[in-house]
Design a binder for this molecule. Structure first.
Ligand SMILES: Cc1ncc(COP(=O)(O)O)c(C=O)c1O
Length: 457
């Protein structure tokens, strides 16, 4: 046999066993702890291994069994961060995408994959009320935010004599860390990010934004873009999008909505996102609140040509000879990436398999879970809700206990996983619902586990 070749018989055996392991893993999720009881030393002992000269064959699948005990399981009782649930049909799609091994960079290199990605992006735009937006899939919200601000800079900031494109970016003080990172990477300069104060509901204050823009103009600075939160990572606050769109239009600024966490909820509660369709660009993470396996984010933009102007750096090596516009289409002309995964297949399969209503219902259920938890917290004198709950993130604390110790104890008990946030300077316990597996009884365990942990610490 040639090097790297696998016989048909071996391959079938490998796939059959892999599928059996996957099925067993998915059906066992409910019994698994919400976080593995492991340590750095133990995972290093198991997985920090050399690459041997001789292969082990199908024995490698045994490692999967060990891995399954040492990963964060996507159980319906994991409520930390913004951790999507890895919908299984999407995982099957991801496997098949690897089988096809397409480079979704241009129609010529992957006709079906590119056509499917364009279709899926169109469905997502339409689902959130932004019909007609173009866009692309990418690895994550951080990448989507970076590309959005790169397009904003290219479009609105003419290069000065040094070739630099200066500009000030405005965002609420609760903006996700990926935005300061993008501003820094784009060379706009850390001092050109204005973190605008938010109101009591954690929404960007319009009066403060107007004052900041006014002050910058008077100092001779060039306002460039507003980044609005379509669901802040800590509390899910949605900035006043309509007012921000008005300001962006009046001031000639780019409006980007970072909806990596929250924007899928526009399918269920569109009224909370009024004005979204006036944005210039929007990021939306399908690997968060569309339950898809990592990685799968989407950047939408109103003006495809703006994206092209930013990223179209062609080379002879990728020259396209065709004339038909659908056949000359190339994602590499509007993206940082040249070689691109066939991310669209998991979305295609999962969205088509379940249908739009199932997604709308799953998101609505997550919103209800958050309200259920908020109600339970408010019904208990020992607990205190620390922020409004506009979407599916709930921040709260034990009034008298040591909340940091309580959090660690909750995680160690292994029934539910919570993460933390800082709310107006206070340490908060935080639960976020973006998991199609979560049931109401899982939500009820949050309060009982926090109370039990408080008794133990
Ligand atoms: C509001 C928001 N923006 C951006 C991001 C970054 O997304 P990613 O982790 O996919 O890069 C996150 C991640 O949680 C987020 O919640």
């Amino acid at each position: 046999m040639r090097a790297l070749e696998t016989s048909d018989r071996e391959l079938v055996a490998l796939m059959t066993e892999a599928m059996r392991l996957a099925g067993a893993y998915w059906t066992s999720l409910d019994e698994r702890p919400s976080y593995p009881s492991t340590s750095g030393a133990e995972t290093a002992r198991l997985f920090d291994r050399p690459w041997m000269d001789e292969g082990r064959g199908g024995d490698v699948l045994n490692d999967f069994r060990a891995m399954a005990e040492h990963v964060r399981p996507c159980t319906g009782r994991f409520f930390g961060y913004v951790a999507g649930s890895g919908e299984p049909v999407g995982a099957v799609g991801d496997f098949l995408a690897s089988v096809l091994n397409q480079n979704s960079t241009s129609w010529r290199s992957a006709p079906a994959a590119v056509t499917i990605e364009r279709a899926v992006v169109g469905w997502l735009a339409d689902a959130i009320g932004c019909d007609g937006f173009a866009g692309q899939l990418c690895g994550g919200g951080s990448m989507a935010n970076l590309m959005a601000l790169a397009i904003a800079r290219e479009t609105l900031s003419p290069a000065n004599e040094d070739g630099a494109r200066p500009g000030v970016v405005y965002a609420s003080e609760h903006v996700h860390m990926s935005v300061p990172k993008a501003v820094a990477l784009l060379g706009l300069g850390r001092s050109n990010l204005r973190l605008v104060p938010a109101d009591a509901d954690f929404r960007l204050r319009i009066d403060a934004l107007e004052a900041a823009i006014d002050s910058d103009r008077r100092l001779g600075k060039m306002p460039l873009a507003i980044v609005a939160n379509g669901g802040t990572v800590a509390t899910g606050a949605v900035d006043p999008l309509r007012e921000l769109a008005d300001i962006a239009a009046a001031e000639g600024l780019w409006l980007h909505v970072d909806g990596a966490f929250g924007v899928p909820a526009a399918m269920a509660v569109p009224e909370k996102f009024a004005g979204l369709n006036r944005a210039n660009s929007i990021s939306l993470d399908a690997h968060k609140w569309l339950y898809q396996p990592i990685d799968c984010s989407c950047l939408l933009y109103r003006d495809r040509d703006a994206a092209r102007k930013t990223f179209s750096h062609s080379g002879d090596y990728v020259r396209i000879f065709n004339e038909d516009p659908s056949e000359t289409f190339a994602f590499f002309e509007e993206s940082i990436e040249l070689t691109r995964r066939f991310r669209a297949l998991k979305l295609w399969m999962s969205l088509q398999y379940h249908g739009r209503n199932a997604y709308r219902e799953a998101i609505s259920r997550d919103l209800q879970h958050a309200q259920r938890l908020a109600d339970a917290i408010q019904a208990l004198p020992d607990l205190e809700l620390l922020a409004p709950v506009p979407l599916s993130a709930v921040c709260f604390r034990h009034r008298t206990g040591n909340n940091e110790a309580i959090l660690q104890r909750v995680v160690a008990r292994g029934r539910v996983y919570l993460s933390n946030a800082t709310i107006k300077g206070d340490f908060a316990l935080r639960a976020c619902f973006v998991n199609h597996r979560t049931r109401p009884e899982d939500v009820d365990e949050i309060v009982s586990e926090v109370m039990a942990a408080a008794d133990e610490v």
